[in-house]
Write a protein that binds this ligand. Structure first.
Ligand code: SAM
Length: 195
């Protein structure tokens, strides 16, 4: 399913589509401009009003941007299925209801495109957020982490993500990595599948 996809985000979305079903609860841990939130919403929204996307970003401007984009792109019924929070993703457990099995937690790390490039995800909170995600994701679910390595600090963040991925117990997790070998600074996709 990844053949012919040039962008790592497209590869990530293909993987999500293979896991996520209508009616699922999913988390967008880095809303940014809302592109991933929109893609996730289209995957989970069903006609009975099931499906939830819990989105978060540390910047109010990103939450505003995501909200404006969705208001233009989806109908009011779908809009009701999205809950957006201006909060650090390390606190996702404060947001997602405890009785909602989470099928996917998606991270798209780095800085907000078109925004302040000095506000980036940082290894310490990314690590805490990955730990939180591993606690809330359900059996059969996925944590998807797109790691940008072209900016200062990007490779340190990849180190943290890979270290977390390799620490997961092999009897309950499958950790793998997708990288474009002929594009050395392209984002790296780390996938953590809970058995
Ligand atoms: N998914 C987005 C999209 O589709 O447009 C792109 C996300 S952008 C690459 C990374 C985002 O992570 C930025 O908007 C940034 O504000 C956000 N971010 C940085 N640190 C964060 C944190 N601790 N918790 C949540 N979001 C954070």
């Amino acid at each position: 399913f990844v053949t012919g996809k040039r962008k790592a985000t497209e590869v990530a979305h293909s993987v999500w589509r293979s896991i996520v079903r209508k009616g699922d609860t999913v988390v967008d841990a880095t809303c940014g401009n809302g592109n991933d939130t929109f893609a996730l919403l289209k995957m989970v929204a069903d006609e009975r009003g099931q499906g939830r996307v819990y989105g978060m970003d540390i910047q109010d401007s990103a939450i505003d941007s995501t909200s404006s984009f969705l208001e233009m792109a989806v109908d009011s019924h779908e809009m009701e299925l999205v809950k957006l929070f201006s909060v650090c993703h390390s606190r996702m457990e404060d947001i997602v209801p405890k009785d909602s099995p989470v099928r996917l937690v998606a991270f798209n790390l780095g800085y907000l495109p078109g925004g302040d490039k000095t506000i980036i995800t940082i290894p310490r909170t990314t690590e805490l957020a990955l730990q939180a995600a591993s606690r809330i994701v359900s059996s059969g679910g996925l944590i998807s982490v797109l790691v940008y390595i072209g900016h200062l600090g990007g490779r340190d963040e990849l180190d943290i993500v890979e270290s977390f991925a390799s620490s997961l117990p092999v009897d309950t997790w499958v950790s793998c990595k997708f990288e474009m070998i002929n594009r050395p600074v392209a984002p790296v996709l780390v996938l953590l599948h809970k058995k």
